[in-house]
Design a protein around this ligand. Sequence first.
Ligand code: AP5
Ligand code: MG
Length: 190
Amino acid sequence: MLNIVLFGPPGSGKGTQASRIIEKYGLVHISTGDLLRQEVEDGTELGMKAKAIMDKGELVPDKIVIGMIRKKLEEYQDGPGFIFDGFPRTVEQARELRKALTDFDERVTLMISLTVPREELVTRLLKRGKETGRSDDNPETINNRIDVYDRQTIPVAYYYDKMHKHHQVDGVGSIDKIFDRIVEVIEKIH
Ligand code: AP5
Ligand code: MG
């Protein structure tokens, strides 16, 4: 299996690049943000609880997120591998992912982190907010999402650093160029 953690701050291009990676490597996409937005859209109890948290730009509790991930892993355990987009976002989530994959005799192959300066993130997300109306793409929530990333999610990069799995990729430039940089890293390892 090829299991990639696609990491980076809000607006760094995780979703955009995940679709390109899937096209090339046929991996199963697991975006916890997309899964949560689906719960909101379906109006489930979990969705209603999550919406209030997401609209503030805070993190949904680890337990909820890990439960969703375990379900997906079981469903696609015989597939070619996974791309994790927006997960893990806390060290606790990273540890739980490791445990869950170990249960299938699998592990994270590599972690790619997209680096993009804060001003560029804000510009991209404000633009998307105007175009699509995604409810957490407003100035106040965007700022908090980036602060939460700096405080609670950056430690995940150190977690993968220690295992020599962390690879930084410059996330500024054209979507094609960034994709080429990502492929270069994947091909070196896989
Ligand atoms: P989530 O859905 O994961 O959102 P996010 O991390 O804030 O990131 P985005 O999806 O906004 O950005 P992206 O990096 O995917 O970039 P994209 O490709 O879209 O999480 C949302 C919320 O759910 C969280 O705040 C939290 O509450 C909750 N949540 C989710 N996962 C969780 C977890 N594991 N634990 C706890 N809570 C969780 O690109 C952004 C924009 O930029 C797009 O408009 C795109 O077209 C544009 N763009 C992309 N690439 C480029 C480029 N190269 N140049 C110019 N523009 C570009
Ligand atoms: Mg995304």
